[in-house]
Design a protein around this ligand. Structure first.
Ligand code: HEM
Ligand SMILES: *[C@@H]1O[C@H](CO)[C@@H](O)[C@H](O)[C@H]1NC(C)=O
Ligand SMILES: *[C@@H]1O[C@H](CO)[C@@H](O)[C@H](O)[C@H]1NC(C)=O
Length: 324
């Protein structure tokens, strides 16, 4: 190649580079390669230990990440305790008494602070821990983009209105996720996270009792009966989202939906009404690899939801408190 052609190529390349950076793609997989090379290893080993001792840690952490990203972006705001200056997100309706795993994030943070003080954000730790949570239960893995900053404030209002409800309709779900640049396919794949973990009776009561006490038309009668028994066993008894493999990150969630055995109204909303996602749900129910691939792609996208423009961030020293 002649020097002048090389030169013009260089110009094209640098223009491209400038454009991609200006585009706000500020996260990088290798963000801590120099400043905290062991961070991924530290997160992974704490997660492996804690999930090995108690598998329910994995769904808890994954849900924390989702609830973090949907409120002012992935900025660790969900981890903050209440202060006299702002209300925490922890007590908002979708979160109250149902978020867990804060202690695991705190434990990881303490090891990470020891290895590389004041370097790695809590938001990034949550993103890494979620990847490990899914992989530890047999799900897909992916490269985690890093470089998030932690917020200096929580947003109770954002948590009240920015998260989906267990009785959301399909149209509501599609519209809500769209606000975060996640399309219907991303939404359908991300919902597959409900292949692990549990929900409490007050979240599925309406679905299994229905208006006549026998469950709605879109529910398998034996499943409705089974879950009514769970509800009777204890006030607010938890039930697994996926009764077959409750702690395996597989595509069984979609087989449940096809069998009209989705636990929440919002789960079943994805399938069975002749709606636009029926075909996709059916495909995921038979093709676990396609689901795994789409889930990984969609959660990377979810992890890029940015904080509001101009929001000031920091590297929190303790994940439950802003720095002084
Ligand atoms: C599509 C709309 C969604 C709705 C309406 C919804 C709603 C819920 C509800 C009501 C619970 C049960 C809480 C309880 O009773 O304690 C739950 C649990 C859970 N959600 Fe979702 N969710 C949605 C999407 C997602 C997404 C996108 C993810 C992650 C990518 C996710 C991850 C989880 C996990 C892992 C659990 C189990 C938590 C545990 O066992 O500790 N959910 N969700
Ligand atoms: C909190 O969330 C609400 C609702 O999403 C949003 O309108 C508001 O701008 C957010 N506040 C801050 C401080 O980010
Ligand atoms: C879901 O439940 C809430 C609270 O009970 C109610 O205000 C809302 O209208 C319901 N939404 C749908 C779509 O049924």
């Amino acid at each position: 190649m002649s020097p002048s052609r090389t030169c013009s190529w260089l110009i094209v390349l640098s223009v491209l580079l400038v454009c991609t950076t200006a585009n706000g793609d500020r996260l990088k997989v290798g963000y801590y390669d120099k400043t905290c090379p062991d961070v991924q290893q530290i997160v992974q080993s704490v997660m492996a230990f804690r999930v090995g001792r108690d598998q329910s840690v994995a769904p808890a952490v994954l849900r924390l990440f989702f609830h973090d990203c949907f409120v002012d972006g992935c900025d660790g705001s969900v981890l903050l305790d209440e202060t006299p200056f702002f209300e925490s997100e922890k007590d908002a309706t979708p979160n109250a008494n149902s978020l867990h795993g804060f202690d695991v994030i705190d434990e990881i943070k303490s090891y990470v602070e020891h290895a590389c003080p004041a370097t790695v954000s809590c938001a990034d730790i949550l993103a890494l821990a979620s990847r490990d949570a899914v992989a530890l239960l047999g799900g897909p893995s992916w490269k985690v983009q890093l470089g998030r900053k932690d917020s200096r404030v929580a947003n109770r209002t954002g948590a009240e209105y920015g998260l989906p409800a267990p009785n959301s309709t399909l149209a509501e779900l599609i519209n809500l996720f769209k606000q975060y640049d996640l399309d219907a396919r991303d939404m359908a794949a991300l919902s597959g996270a409900h292949t692990i973990g549990t929900a409490r009776c007050h979240h599925y009561r309406d679905r299994v009792y229905g208006y006549n006490g026998e469950g709605g038309a879109d529910i398998d009668p034996s499943f409705a009966e089974l879950r009514r028994q769970t509800c009777q066993s204890a006030y607010d008894a938890p039930a697994p989202f996926d009764e077959q493999t409750p702690m395996r990150f597989d595509n069984a969630y979609y087989r449940d939906l096809v069998g009209r055995r989705g636990l929440l109204t919002s789960d079943q909303a994805l399938y069975g009404y002749g709606g636009p996602l029926d075909h996709l749900v059916k495909m995921y129910s038979t093709n676990g690899e396609a689901f795994a691939k789409d889930f990984a792609k969609a959660i990377v996208k979810m992890g890029k939801i940015p904080p509001p423009h101009g929001m000031q961030g920091e590297i929190r020293l303790s994940c439950s408190k802003i720095n002084r």
